[in-house]
Design a protein around this ligand. Structure first.
Ligand code: AMP
Ligand code: GLY
Length: 431
């Protein structure tokens, strides 16, 4: 390539900060713009390779892409993908990493995803779709055990309730269908059989045909230690997850990844971008599909970016331009772990405006990287500005080394009201 790429990353979370820094490590990338970004992408990051540039920019995606003449757009969050931003960019001749609006329905509509899974024989929970509040009672009672209740549309990770009783499932499903809970996203409700096992996330980068599977990761969704308390966007993650053995990984590829990519091609809506399969691994080692996301996970990305080798810029541009080289990136022989520091009040209403101390001390620790999420820079100070504030991430030769280094990083950072889980990775380390 004659010239190093200029890449626009869309989003403002820890995921986007991690993607931006990993892109800058790529030989093929010279500059990364992040829109709207956060305090971590606002200035040159410490330790940025020489000759590389990073900055936050404001404005609409297409407008920035055209004004800045970027070579590639990488879309972080699901909402713009489901809204069709990739179709819009491609129509303007700008290569974009992410699925079309039609392919993004795998995340945008759980009813679409379940029907697709049935059409293509993907292993997943038995389900029913309900649209009439009058039909909820009978539909819920048709399940022997209380079913999981899911709003059809995007609900920022809050549209799923694992009900403890049939009565609770009825109350929740009714609130969704009457529009009380999630507005239009709850016009259709999916009831599904509750699956039992351990969860894992598998990310696949694909150009619609060829694909690369990233190391399996494990998220920690509940706010409290021991998986207690309400769900969050994710309080920590690690990769690779030893739960997914080579045999299970092969099974995931064969029974879920390949038929999904084939099915999407057959239906005339090939999936390009990153497909994130949320999986339940049963006691017998069978992978079952819980959900699809059509973007990188957050905080999974923070660990995936340091457990792959190769040129990420080449891989994402290849996926966007239907010419992915399956060996552009490969698993690194490394482990990584991220601990999320959240603001007081999260996952409810977080308090904002608290000053963050110790960022430089943490970043100077060996093997530690601090990714910003809800932060903003005001007159040289970094303030909290969201729910999840920082992802303190470390890599190491073993999961234990990565975990210990990440928690040393956590110990170096302070802000009023900060909370985090102390048990990230514990389950894998106890094995
Ligand atoms: P989702 O947004 O679909 O990932 O669901 C959020 C969380 O709800 C998942 O990570 C699981 O912990 C749980 N969940 C979703 N579907 C099921 C299911 N069928 N059985 C058990 N747990 C589920
Ligand atoms: N960490 C879960 C997600 O990104 O959906």
């Amino acid at each position: 390539m004659e010239r190093r790429r200029r890449v626009l990353v869309v989003g403002s979370g820890g995921r986007e900060h991690a993607i931006a820094l990993r892109l800058l490590e790529s030989e093929s990338v010279g500059e990364v713009l992040v829109a709207p970004g956060n305090a971590g992408t606002a200035t040159d990051a410490p330790g940025l390779p020489t000759g590389k540039l990073l900055r936050s920019v404001a404005g609409g995606t297409l407008e920035i892409a055209q004004r800045e003449m970027v070579d590639l757009v990488v879309v972080g969050p699901e909402a713009p993908l489901v809204g069709g931003v990739v179709d819009e960019l491609e129509a303007a001749g700008i290569p974009a990493f992410g699925p079309s609006r039609a392919a993004a329905r795998l995340e945008g509509s759980k009813a679409f995803m379940k029907a697709f899974a049935a059409r293509h024989g993907l292993p997943t929970a038995r389900h029913r779709v309900v649209t009439d509040p009058g039909a909820v009672d009978a539909a819920v009672r048709a399940f022997a055990e209380p079913p999981v209740v899911k709003a059809d549309g995007l609900c920022a990770g809050k549209g799923v309730v694992v009900a403890g009783t049939h009565e609770e499932a009825i109350v929740v499903a009714t609130a969704m269908l009457t529009g009380e809970a999630f507005g239009a996203a709850g016009e259709r409700v999916i009831l599904e059989e509750r699956l039992v096992g351990q969860e894992a996330s598998v990310h696949v980068i694909t150009d619609g045909e060829r694909f690369v599977v990233l190391p399996p990761a494990q998220d920690h969704k509940r706010v409290g230690e021991g998986d207690q308390g309400p769900n969050t966007g994710g309080m920590g993650a690690y990769a690779p997850a030893p739960l997914v053995t080579e045999a299970i990984a092969a099974r995931i590829e064969r029974s879920i990844v390949v038929p999904t990519l084939e099915g999407m091609r057959e239906e005339g809506t090939p999936f390009r971008g990153v497909l994130y399969a949320g999986l339940m691994i049963t006691e017998s080692g069978a992978p079952l599909l819980l959900e699809y996301n059509v973007r990188f996970g957050d905080p999974e990305t923070q660990v995936l970016m340091s457990t792959i080798d190769g040129d990420l810029g080449e891989a994402l541009a290849g996926a966007a331009q239907r010419s992915l080289s399956p060996d552009a990136i490969r698993p690194a022989s490394k482990h990584a772990l991220v601990v999320v520091l959240a603001a007081s009040g999260y996952p409810g209403s977080p308090r904002t405006g608290d000053e963050i101390h110790g960022l430089e001390v943490a970043a100077a620790l060996p093997d530690v990287q601090v990714f910003h999420a809800g932060t903003r820079r005001v007159e040289g100070r970094v303030l909290t500005a969201g729910g999840r504030i920082l992802g303190v991430t470390a890599s190491g030769a073993t999961l234990r080394a990565a975990r210990d280094a990440a928690y040393r990083g956590v110990g170096a950072i302070q802000f009023a009201g900060a909370h985090h889980r102390r048990d990230i990775g514990r389950r894998a380390l106890e094995k």
